[in-house]
Design a protein around this ligand. Structure first.
Ligand SMILES: [Zn+2]
Length: 208
């Protein structure tokens, strides 16, 4: 577990967590004993954000016989008639086919752009910029929306890239699932329970 301990000390800034994502992380705090959810092939359903369920959802799925329990916490839940240890890793009984194309969401745009402003590289105060402004007919699509920090967004305003000399560092494009997953691996979660380590591969990536 030593190896993991080291990855956990990556600062919040280093992996670019901002606003709403921090809130999401709080909801998945270790105190709530979240369960790592694996597909039927024992890979996490998603790496970033890591596929986690609340312990309540995990227990519900156990009783509905939708998942197998692979690992458990020491913590138990009781009712008058039964007692069980909270699941810490579960796997789906039915394989879910991963989507072929990533959803066009704010989160995935940030992830594609590695949580960096595409104009100055800053990772703070991130927003979205339409490369061709909406007022000029620019659409809200993978190939026209980029991550931009608020100051750059403000600076660019409603002007076209050639009018401001501000060109995105990477040509905006629709990413593949693979590309997003690779980007996600560069941003390990800030908390990993020991029992999850066998099912994730950040450690082997960092120290082969
Ligand atoms: Zn910027």
């Amino acid at each position: 577990m030593q190896r993991f301990a080291r990855t956990l000390r990556i600062s919040k800034k280093e992996y670019g967590l901002q606003g709403s994502i921090v809130v999401l992380a709080a909801a998945r705090s270790p105190d709530n004993c979240p369960a790592l959810v694996l597909n039927a092939d024992f890979r996490p359903l998603s790496y970033f954000p890591l596929s986690l369920w609340s312990w309540q959802d995990a227990i519900k799925a156990v009783f509905l016989e939708r998942v197998n329990i692979l690992e458990q916490y020491d913590r138990k839940v009781h009712s008058p008639s039964f007692e069980m240890r909270l699941p810490s890793v579960v796997s789906l009984k039915t394989y879910i086919k991963p989507a072929r194309n990533p959803a066009f969401t704010r989160f995935n745009v940030f992830l594609r752009d590695s949580f960096e402003c595409q104009y100055c590289g800053d990772g703070e105060d991130l927003t979205f910029d339409h490369v061709i402004p909406r007022s000029r007919g620019g659409r809200t699509t993978w190939d026209n929306v980029v991550t931009a920090c608020a100051p750059c967004n403000l600076l660019k305003g409603g002007r076209l890239p050639h009018q401001t000399g501000m060109q995105p560092r990477h040509r905006p494009h629709r990413p593949t699932v693979m590309e997003l997953r690779d980007n996600g691996r560069r941003f390990p979660p800030n908390y990993l329970h020991d029992s999850w380590s066998d099912y994730l591969y950040w450690d082997t990536e960092l120290e082969p």
